[in-house]
Every structure is written in structure tokens, then in C-alpha cells.
Design a protein around this ligand. Structure first.
Ligand SMILES: NC(=O)c1ccc[n+]([C@@H]2O[C@H](COP(=O)([O-])OP(=O)(O)OC[C@H]3O[C@@H](n4cnc5c(N)ncnc54)[C@H](OP(=O)(O)O)[C@@H]3O)[C@@H](O)[C@H]2O)c1
Length: 373
């Protein structure tokens, strides 16, 4: 079916949202925001929030005018402008001072110090404000930010590589490598914009992973350095594991349930890991408490790279927001070779949550499928 043509406001908002996306991995825990300034439908300036603590999108767009004026123009902003003094002064003040006559917004900012206050200030200054233009697209882009503001927990992306017959390892426990170099490079790109990469002791024991983002030179350094996180109920990694051996140069955090002995945690601290205790022992409660703790630490995006046990625990707890499933063109067979999700699972098909297909990509013979909850 043919899509209805976009209105002039929607076209310019699409540009603002595309600009916003350029900040991904650099601005969190702030939201990604883009701004386009237009007069009579013609773009005269643009900007986006480029890094955490840096100038906001509206300020960048106004600066892009140089000696030009925004008087009588329309500002298209992908998120409600801030009206409070945070790391930078309020954007509403700058928009009002610039003489823009109309502000078009994709969505309100639920952040408690804004939450409609930005819109009110602009209207009080006599500026026409239009809301909810392409709001679905803006909400989708900033879903991790919105989740953290609304629930206190980071956005969880579960990633796994599986054979075309749905196995994440052979029946002997081998999983390296199911997918090709290009797919693995794509995982490194995803890691490079995460705040945390979370795994379980099963994976540490069998794969001894580094869980760092290793990007080709031409891409440059990762936008952020993810903390490697181990969620543990009973066992802890020893000094010989790659994670612990590198804990002084790339951060490692152990989130420990109530049964882990204090002296074992102190040993890990001495090896350079940060240790956080959560008192909930039951799987779903432990996972929820761990995520709240990571949210409190300011994390917006966490990549879950684990085996079937921990992935299953997250799935049972309803704590996965996005799935990155990489399928390699191999078949592994065997009833006992594990699939991606252990845990208790679902009894009846009718009870299974239906996910939304976000997009698919091909890397040579591999396929990546991204679903969202
Ligand atoms: N293909 C892939 O993408 C991929 C990725 C990773 C791993 N793998 C494969 O998966 C296999 C390892 O799988 P696995 O299931 O043993 O490892 P896992 O899921 O990484 O780790 C499981 C461990 O996590 C800990 N844990 C902490 N909280 C938990 C909770 N709420 N629910 C469940 N577990 C929790 C438990 O250890 P404690 O009780 O000791 O704390 C548990 O034994 C290996 O063969 C590995 O090669 C494949």
C-alpha cells in the first residue's frame, strides 16, 4: 500500500530526527536530539546534541546560522526543549531570544524537570508550539532514554549468535564461531555504544570472553567504554580469566546475589573489579534489582551477551527490550545442544509475547534480525 505523502512539517522533523540519531553512543544518559531551523520551508540551520555535557541541539542549530538571524523562522526539534539549568542553560531562553515564531516538536520530554515546562515557557513568550509530529519515530529513537527516565532501569539488548537450526553452541558447549567476521564486527560496533556488557559465569567459564569493543582503525575509537558486568549468584571469576586479568584497564563490575561470600568479593575488588551487592536471591528479583542498580549508576544501554541460563532468566523476568539475533549458515543438530533461551519458558503459544520486527540485515551468508518487545 502506498504511504501517504509527508506534510512539510513531517519532512523537516524527519531531518531533525535523523540528525538526532548521530549522537547515539555519545550523548547518553542524555537523550539524542536534533534541530532544524527553516524559513518558508527552506532549511537555514541545523544542529544536534553531539556529546554528553555539550551544547544542546537547539543551540547548535542557532550557532550554525553564524551572523544570520532566526527571526520569524520555525524550529523543528525532536524533543521538547529543556527549560532548566542542567549542564547547560535552558534552551527555551535561547529559542525565545532568537526570535523564532514557531516551534514544532516530535514529543514531550518526560524528564521531571522539563515534562511540559518547556512547551509552556515557549507559549507564554508568544511562540506557536505544535506537538507530536512524527512522535512514533522520535519515541522509537529515544526508547532507551525514555525507559530509564520512566523505570530507572537501562534498556536491555539481548544478543546471541545461533546456527540456522537454532543452537547457540554444540552439544559439547563450543560456540566460537557460529557467525562470520562481518557479523562479529557488527557486534563490536554495538558494544562500542553501550554503557555495560552483561554476562554470566557459564559464559565466562566456557568462552573466557574479553567483552570489549574492538573496532577497525578506520572507524576510530569507540564512542564510549562499556563496563563488563558479571551477574553472579554462586560463583565468581578467578584471576586467570581474561575479564579479571584486564580489570585494571577496562572496568569490570560484579553484581553479586546474597549467597556470594563477602571475602570472595573482596578478592575480586583486590583484582580491580567494582563489586555491588544485591540482596534479592530469586532469579527475576535479582535481575530487576541489578538493572535498577545499573540505572542508578547512570547506564542507559546494556548488552546482554550470555548463554541460555542467564538469557532465559532475563526472558522469564520480562527484562529484555530488544533482541539482536545473528544467524549463521551452519547446522549443529543434537537434542542437547542449547538454544538461546533457557529459563522456565512459556507453556502455551497463546501466552507468548509477540515481538515487533525492527529490521533485518545481511552480512554475507549471515542474517541479523532485530526485534523489540
Ligand atoms: N552463541 C552465543 O551467542 C553465545 C553467547 C554466550 C554464551 N554462549 C554459550 O553458552 C554456553 C554457556 O551458557 P550458560 O547458560 O551456562 O551461561 P550463562 O547464561 O552465561 O551463565 C549462567 C550463569 O549465570 C549465573 N546467573 C546469575 N543470575 C542468574 C539468573 N537470574 N538466572 C540464571 N543464571 C544466572 C549463574 O551462575 P552462578 O550461579 O554461578 O552465579 C548461571 O549458572 C556456552 O556453551 C557458551 O559458549 C553462546
Amino acid at each position: 500500500m502506498k504511504q501517504p505523502a509527508e506534510s512539510p512539517d513531517e519532512l523537516l522533523m524527519r531531518q531533525a530526527i535523523e540528525l538526532a540519531a548521530k549522537g547515539q553512543g555519545r550523548v547518553e544518559p542524555n537523550p539524542m536530539v536534533g534541530c532544524v531551523l527553516a524559513r518558508n520551508g527552506e532549511v537555514i540551520g541545523e544542529g544536534f546534541h553531539q556529546r554528553y555535557g555539550g551544547p544542546h541541539a537547539e543551540i547548535q542549530a542557532l550557532r550554525s546560522l553564524g551572523a544570520g538571524s532566526a527571526s520569524g523562522a520555525t524550529a523543528y526539534v525532536s524533543l521538547e526543549p529543556c527549560c532548566h539549568h542542567g549542564k547547560t542553560p535552558p534552551c527555551t531562553d535561547s529559542l525565545i531570544a532568537s526570535g523564532v515564531q514557531r516551534v514544532v516538536l516530535a514529543m514531550k520530554d518526560p524528564f521531571p524537570q522539563v515534562a511540559g515546562g518547556g512547551i509552556e515557557q515557549l507559549r507564554r513568550a508568544g511562540i506557536e508550539v505544535v506537538c507530536d509530529v512524527l512522535s512514533d519515530r522520535a519515541i522509537e529513537l529515544n526508547a532507551p532514554y525514555l525507559k530509564r527516565v520512566n523505570s530507572g532501569k537501562p534498556w536491555v539488548i539481548a544478543k546471541w549468535a545461533m546456527s540456522m537450526d537454532g543452537k547457540i553452541a554444540t552439544h559439547t558447549g563450543q560456540s566460537q564461531w557460529i557467525t562470520n567476521e562481518q557479523s562479529r564486527q557488527d557486534v563490536h560496533l554495538t558494544r562500542s555504544r553501550m554503557d555495560g556488557i552483561l554476562t554470566g559465569m557459564g559464559t565466562v567459564r566456557s568462552d573466557d570472553p574479553m567483552l570489549t569493543a574492538r573496532l577497525p582503525e578506520e572507524i576510530g575509537p569507540p564512542p564510549r567504554l562499556a563496563q563488563r558486568i558479571i551477574l553472579s549468584r554462586n560463583t565468581l571469576p578467578d584471576a586467570s580469566t581474561k575479564l579479571m586479568a584486564s580489570a585494571r584497564s577496562v572496568p569490570v563490575q560484579i553484581i553479586a546475589g546474597p549467597d556470594i561470600r563477602e571475602e570472595d568479593l573482596i578478592n575480586c575488588e583486590q583484582l580491580g573489579a567494582m563489586c555491588t551487592r544485591v540482596n534479592e536471591g530469586e532469579s527475576s528479583d535479582l535481575i530487576a534489582a541489578a538493572l535498577l542498580e545499573l540505572g542508578k549508576q547512570g547506564m542507559t544501554n546494556v548488552l546482554l551477551e550470555a548463554g541460555g541460563n542467564l538469557l532465559g532468566g532475563f526472558s522469564d523476568a520480562g527484562e529484555i527490550d530488544e533482541y539482536h539475533v545473528y544467524i549463521g549458515p551452519i547446522r549443529l543438530g543434537n537434542q542437547h545442544a542449547p538454544g538461546p533461551l533457557g529459563g522456565s519458558g512459556i507453556d502455551r503459544i497463546s501466552q507468548a509475547p509477540r515481538l515487533k520486527l525492527h529490521h533485518t540485515e545481511c552480512f554475507g551468508e549471515d542474517v541479523k534480525i532485530v526485534y523489540r518487545q
